[in-house]
Write a protein that binds this ligand. Structure first.
Ligand SMILES: [Zn+2]
Length: 498
């Protein structure tokens, strides 16, 4: 990789690195783009591109004209099929310098760019990410690039001393996660535990968080477990914001969070593919594997993080004291709006209906979550996913979902009103996911008493609870005393906090 970058820098100085389709192996490193015929020293306005930093991705830059540059995404390591995520800096700009950047080698054709999505930008003097105005973004089939889809955007640099950074979506790096978890650990909360579940191929941490009241971890205690994972696909950065929103809520002083901790054990693996995240890949691990297609038979040396998580889940499944009730794997979607879920199809119609309850409840709590986009499938291509594999393994009172959230926006009241997601909006979806567990378990306690009052929801309308009313996961031990006590407690608390 180092050699490659050195060669690239050399060719840049001679100005001949344009037009060819040679293999892109590494990220550009302080790469100075000079006009083809230029032989002097670089001047102000000769842009310098860099992607040699954590989660960086830019493989090549071609000088088209003084105002126009072709940019090539560096494919995922060991897997040239995936080219979507980009994240790079530009410096040495002139004030009022206008440019058009063409990202010419996306591996996908359908894209939210058609619906108004735009790249993100920030600069040293304005460190908050902003979206480039969508009127400056064009997405089209380009005859100059083998009819590939090209995303072009116009940009005007305005401060000479600034370094500008452009990215596909809000970055969320491995280091950011580590800092966040370090901060949580320093709070010394007795209901929060962070452990090292394993290491990636490049020896990065696979963190596992346990959030629950200490009483639930006493030897012999029965546990209802909610298992959550994120970032198996490294370019899907919104999943980390959603996951952080869930964690923030669960460790908070919010009364609902306390009730949830008292009755449930949350196990969270916030970054399943730390190497892919670090490297700036979109979909794969260091070795080029889409880890979400290897749940059936993960190898301890080729897919160690996946292997570690799967082993833990199987150990929990084999433990009679543990009831793994929910598994949710968080992703981001490159062509759909809103948050939504994928679930499994079962022969048993009642189980299938019960599975629809959680997404229906979430839809009532989160304005950006769409139940109508939620779907249930058993496509062969998704057979190796966590949701599909665990749906087949776990018993019929467990629910496995993929939670998807748009890379771009959610719709409020009609297609004309797309609201672009912010980091905060992604985290809010996470908080809403967390609080929906209370609604779910409260519903199960209410339906044991058919004459009880109807739960009040934000939108004040109920989904069809018919099947959940007959039997929900919480009711599998419906006769046992701790269960009844906990459900009554759940209900009382929730009503007092709404
Ligand atoms: Zn994904």
């Amino acid at each position: 990789m180092t050699t490659n970058m050195a060669e690239r820098s050399r060719t840049a100085e001679t100005g001949s690195a344009t037009g060819s389709d040679d293999i892109i192996a590494g990220n550009v490193s302080k790469y100075i783009v000079l006009p083809a015929a230029y032989s002097g020293q670089p001047k102000k306005g000769h842009l310098i591109f860099d992607a040699c930093f954590e989660s960086g991705n830019l493989g090549r830059v071609d000088h088209v004209t003084e105002f126009e540059y072709d940019l090539f995404i560096r494919p995922d390591t060991c897997n040239p099929r995936f080219r979507v995520w980009f994240n790079f800096t530009v410096e040495n700009v002139k004030e009022s310098q206008r440019v058009i950047f063409n990202v010419v080698n996306f591996s996908k054709t359908k894209s939210l760019y058609r619906d108004g999505m735009a790249p993100m930008v920030k600069s040293t003097s304005r460190p908050k990410w902003q979206r480039i105005p969508s009127k400056n973004v064009y997405y089209y089939r380009c005859p100059d690039h083998r009819k590939n889809y090209v995303m072009s955007f116009a940009f005007c640099f305005d401060r000479e001393d600034d370094t500008y950074q452009f990215a596909y979506c809000y970055p969320y790096t491995y280091t950011r996660l580590q800092h966040y978890l370090d901060t949580l650990q320093r709070r010394n909360m007795d209901y929060f535990c962070r452990e090292l579940l394993g290491l990636s191929v490049q020896k990065r941490r696979l963190d596992l968080l346990t959030i629950t009241s200490p009483a639930n971890l006493r030897p012999g205690a029965e546990q209802k477990v909610v298992f959550i994972t994120a970032r198996v696909h490294p370019g899907e950065t919104p999943s980390s914001f959603v996951c952080q929103g869930i964690i923030d809520f669960l460790v908070s002083h919010h009364p609902i969070a306390k009730v949830l901790r008292d009755h449930l054990v949350f196990k969270i693996a916030p970054m399943l593919n730390p190497d892919g995240v670090y490297l700036g890949n979109y979909r794969c691990s260091l070795m080029g594997f889409d880890l979400n297609r290897h749940w059936a038979n993960p190898s301890p040396w080729a897919h160690p993080t996946l292997h570690g998580v799967k082993q833990l889940i199987i150990d929990m499944y084999n433990n009679p004291k543990i009831n793994l009730e929910f598994y949710i794997d968080i992703h981001a979607h490159s062509t759909m709006m809103n948050g939504f879920m994928y679930g499994n199809i079962f022969e048993d119609e009642e189980r299938f209906q019960r599975q629809a309850v959680f997404p229906k409840l979430l839809c009532q709590n989160a304005e950006d979550f769409s139940y109508s986009s939620t779907s249930f499938n058993r496509d062969a291509v998704k057979a190796g996913t966590g949701r599909r594999f665990l749906g087949g393994l776990l018993n019929d009172t467990s629910y496995c979902y993929t939670l998807e959230v748009s890379f771009y926006s959610y719709i409020l009241g009609g297609p004309a009103s797309a609201v672009p997601y912010t980091e905060e909006a992604y985290m809010k979806l996470g908080r809403n996911v967390a609080r929906t567990f209370l609604d779910y378990y409260r519903l199960n306690s209410l339906v044991e008493r058919p004459l009880g009052t109807t739960p009040k929801t934000r939108k004040d309308k109920l989904p069809h609870f018919k099947c959940a009313a007959q039997r929900g996961p919480g009711n599998s031990h419906a006769g046992s005393k701790p269960e009844k006590r906990s459900q009554a407690h759940l209900k009382d608390q929730s009503l007092s906090t709404r």
